[in-house]
Design a protein around this ligand. Sequence first.
Ligand code: NAG
Ligand code: NAG
Ligand code: NAG
Ligand code: NAG
Ligand code: NAG
Ligand code: NAG
Length: 141
Amino acid sequence: MFGSLFSLFSALLLAVSYLVSAAPVQPVELLVWSPTITSPKLGDVWLTGSTQNVTWLIDDIPDEKKNSTGLLLLGYFANNSENLDIKHPLASGFPIAWGWVDITVPTNLTRRDNYTVVLFGDSGNASPAFTIKPNATRASN
Ligand SMILES: *[C@@H]1O[C@H](CO)[C@@H](O)[C@H](O)[C@H]1NC(C)=O
Ligand SMILES: *[C@@H]1O[C@H](CO)[C@@H](O)[C@H](O)[C@H]1NC(C)=O
Ligand SMILES: *[C@@H]1O[C@H](CO)[C@@H](O)[C@H](O)[C@H]1NC(C)=O
Ligand SMILES: *[C@@H]1O[C@H](CO)[C@@H](O)[C@H](O)[C@H]1NC(C)=O
Ligand SMILES: *[C@@H]1O[C@H](CO)[C@@H](O)[C@H](O)[C@H]1NC(C)=O
Ligand SMILES: *[C@@H]1O[C@H](CO)[C@@H](O)[C@H](O)[C@H]1NC(C)=O
């Protein structure tokens, strides 16, 4: 378990190094674009092991970001932190310009009502809180 500042800092470092390695030939951008996440919505419920379509708005995507790739992390709000799981990204290397990415919810998650996903393009943007709970009909859970 990381401290909150450290975890945010590490996540940003990871995101930055990731973006740098993904786009080494692009010039340094001072422009910051924070895509608004439209799914999951507040109070949504995801089952472990299910496939989910995470979506975000791209109407305001700047030209400079149209070829950027993204990083999507799962976290949960607690202790004044997003508690991002930087070791197990939900998705990475997808084009931000798509506005969506399909993910599989990890099967071994604890039930919480305040999960969030954070999409890193330039700066991270968190979704509202939502629930993940075990798939009760799945025998192995
Ligand atoms: C995810 O949602 C977007 C926006 O509604 C849609 O265009 C896309 O086809 C969906 N992807 C899948 C795999 O369902
Ligand atoms: C994005 O990629 C396309 C196709 O490779 C290229 O034509 C375009 O110039 C690129 N745009 C930017 C802003 O890098
Ligand atoms: C998030 O949930 C955890 C346990 O599920 C709880 O301890 C924590 O207080 C909650 N945080 C917020 C901000 O709701
Ligand atoms: C909040 O922090 C305390 C002390 O570090 C820890 O014991 C607890 O598990 C944390 N709660 C959550 C939901 O992560
Ligand atoms: C879930 O599984 C991953 C990879 O197998 C492991 O690293 C992680 O600690 C597990 N998480 C929990 C909450 O057990
Ligand atoms: C839950 O588990 C059942 C039994 O394995 C399976 O049929 C169902 O598709 C699962 N639901 C989701 C959302 O993964």
